[in-house]
Ligand binder design. Structure first.
Ligand code: HSE
Length: 309
């Protein structure tokens, strides 16, 4: 007999990973939300509890609600769902808060109704939550949350997601200066065209990063963590960005950049000890300029969303 209720861990994610705006992402292990999803005989979706953040509980205003409705519309399931959301990821922090809720909801629902949908289909449903959150149905947070590890959105039309190898020695450090940046705002300031020269640099780095991840060539991963298009524009929104990045690199990180749409800044390192050291060095910058922060050191989560009870 199938269970009527499931509790899931929904990981935070780092989108873009420097060179891959809207196409690259990775899932974290050390930080994520929890959700309880329950089948009900009543049709539709109700958000019955939401703790940790001040977010709407109206189904049509909530990313988990909207993503869940997208799944319900395509399933033959006759009942509905209740959702409890325990937010640990701060909204507007740049580590995939909306994605965790949207992806977690559809993953849990799919489990409860006997897994009729593939991970790719779940990404499509979860993207509706991202559309509500930021105005754009980007997949670079929900894909790693659902597939685990690193993912590449090779194409949006049609949607094509490729799971990328994750070297086990790779660790992420994320520092979140305590300001909120809405993804919609940090997208609005971007240019809509790029020069051929910047394009050449950027796709060279995307290819290099993918090759480095598959061959577990840490130097190549580090060389490829460059962003010539988005970072120069968005970094002005993040206090101390240049100093934090420089500290991370000087300390020994392979690379560093803006996590998603910011303000969090991430670094990737070889080994946990280096990732901890990099975290310490990054915090020193914010200590000095007097900005509060959260810092997370995490291995890359290769499983994605998982059932915890
Ligand atoms: N690719 C998206 C952006 C990710 O950078 O706007 C948002 O988390």
């Amino acid at each position: 007999m199938k269970a009527n209720e499931i509790r899931v861990f929904c990981p935070a994610t780092i989108a873009n990973v420097s060179c891959g705006f809207d196409v690259l992402g990775l899932a974290l292990d050390a930080v994520g939300d929890e959700m309880v999803v329950r089948k009900t005989s009543e049709k539709g979706i109700k958000i019955t509890k939401l703790t940790g953040q001040d977010l709407p509980t109206d189904t049509l205003q909530n990313v988990a609600g909207v993503a869940g409705l997208a799944l319900l519309a395509e399933s033959g399931y006759q009942g509905g769902f209740e959702i409890e959301i325990y937010k640990k990821i701060k909204a507007g922090s740049g580590i995939g808060s909306s994605a965790a809720s949207a992806a977690g909801a559809v993953w849990a629902m799919n489990e409860l109704i006997g897994k009729p949908f593939s991970p790719l289909q779940l990404v499509k449903f979860a993207m509706e939550g991202e559309r509500l959150a930021s105005g754009v149905a980007h997949a670079d947070n929900v894909a790693p949350a659902l597939f685990g590890g690193f993912t590449l959105v090779r194409s949006y039309h049609p949607l094509d997601i490729v799971k990328i190898n994750t070297p086990s020695e790779l660790f992420a450090t994320v520092i979140h200066p305590q300001i909120e940046i809405k993804t919609s705002d940090s997208r609005r300031i971007l240019k809509t065209t790029i020069s051929l020269e910047d394009g050449i640099k950027q796709w060279g780095n995307v290819g290099g990063l993918i090759a480095g991840l598959f061959t577990e060539d840490f130097d190549l991963i580090g060389r490829s963590l460059e962003d010539h298009i988005i970072e120069p524009i968005r970094s002005i929104l993040i206090p101390g960005f240049d100093a934090v990045k420089q500290k991370a690199l000087e300390t020994g990180a392979l690379g560093s950049g803006i996590s998603g749409s910011g303000p969090s800044i991430f670094a990737l390192s070889k080994g946990e000890a280096m990732a901890q050291k990099v975290g310490q060095a990054m915090t020193e910058v914010y200590e000095k300029i007097g900005i509060d922060y959260d810092v997370h050191v995490s291995k890359i989560n290769t499983d994605g969303i998982k059932q915890i009870s």
